[in-house]
Design a protein around this ligand. Structure first.
Ligand code: PGA
Length: 257
């Protein structure tokens, strides 16, 4: 079966004190849960707190990852964080191509594949994000845009195992807006992505790769999203920052594994 992800993306939120508080509370709230190896509980804090978060979640099932990586290997690139640095923290996953990075920070067709390959060279698994804007959806361009983004990112990206890559479908109009894609809208695009993966890689890869939905996932809507055959978890912003909500999301994930 495919791995189910309850993945939190904290974006530019939380101070050191808030990070400490979250992890001490979440550890208590999941300790008595019957967790499964098939459920991946992931959080990407801001860069300054990754080491602290790793330390605080040692010997727990919580996986800590990064929100972004530099397209450069090392050197005079003020403010950047390299794949090598992430590797030195033993990170297993890094988000790439999030729509906020595409919109505000220059993630484009040219540098996204470079980032993906740098991560690959360090054995860090990307959580690669794709998604259409509201305008593109209204213009009935959604499928075209998603396929284009998959091609731009993955056309030269070798993949031996479905475990080495996660894809998140995040319609831009649903992120942080409280508007969720309907489960049917999300399922339709997840199916499109899975078909693309079958053509580009293989049936085996496409059947085993985890595809996440992101965009205003909350405890109240995650169950019906996870009930869709091709949705294997959520990439969650707002609701991942609250211990109670994140615990509820984990409980929903557990029902699917
Ligand atoms: P949201 O963010 O859950 O706050 O909509 C999702 C994301 O950007 O990954």
């Amino acid at each position: 079966m495919r791995k189910i992800f309850v993945a939190g993306n904290w974006k530019m939120n939380k101070t050191v004190q808030e990070v400490k508080q979250f992890f001490s509370e979440i550890k208590k709230s999941i300790v008595d849960k019957n967790l499964s190896e098939n459920l991946k509980i992931f959080i990407a804090p801001a860069f300054p707190f990754i080491a602290l978060a790793k330390e605080m979640t040692e010997n727990t099932p919580i996986i800590i990852g990064a929100q972004n990586v530099s397209e450069y290997e090392r050197g005079a690139f003020t403010g950047e964080v390299s794949a090598e640095m992430l590797k030195s923290l033993n990170l297993e996953y890094c988000i790439v191509g999030h729509s906020e990075r595409r919109k505000y920070f220059g993630d484009v067709a040219q540098n996204i594949p470079i980032k993906l390959k740098l991560l690959k060279s360090k054995n860090i698994k990307p959580i690669f994000c794709v998604g259409e804007s509201l305008e593109e959806r209204e213009d009935k361009m959604t499928n075209k845009v998603i396929v284009k983004q998959l091609q731009e990112g993955l056309s030269d990206y070798p993949l031996d195992s479905a475990d080495d890559l996660v894809i998140a479908y995040e319609p831009v109009w649903a992120i942080g807006t409280g508007k969720t894609a309907t489960p049917q809208q999300a399922q339709e695009i997840h199916k499109l992505i899975r078909n693309w993966l079958e053509n580009h890689y293989s049936k085996n890869i496409s059947q085993h790769i985890s595809l996440l939905y992101g965009g205003s996932v909350k405890p109240k809507n995650i169950d019906e999203l996870l009930n869709q055959p091709d949705i294997d978890g959520g990439l969650i912003g707002g609701a991942s920052m609250d211990v109670k909500m994140f615990t509820n999301l984990i409980e929903s994930g557990l029902k699917k594994v």
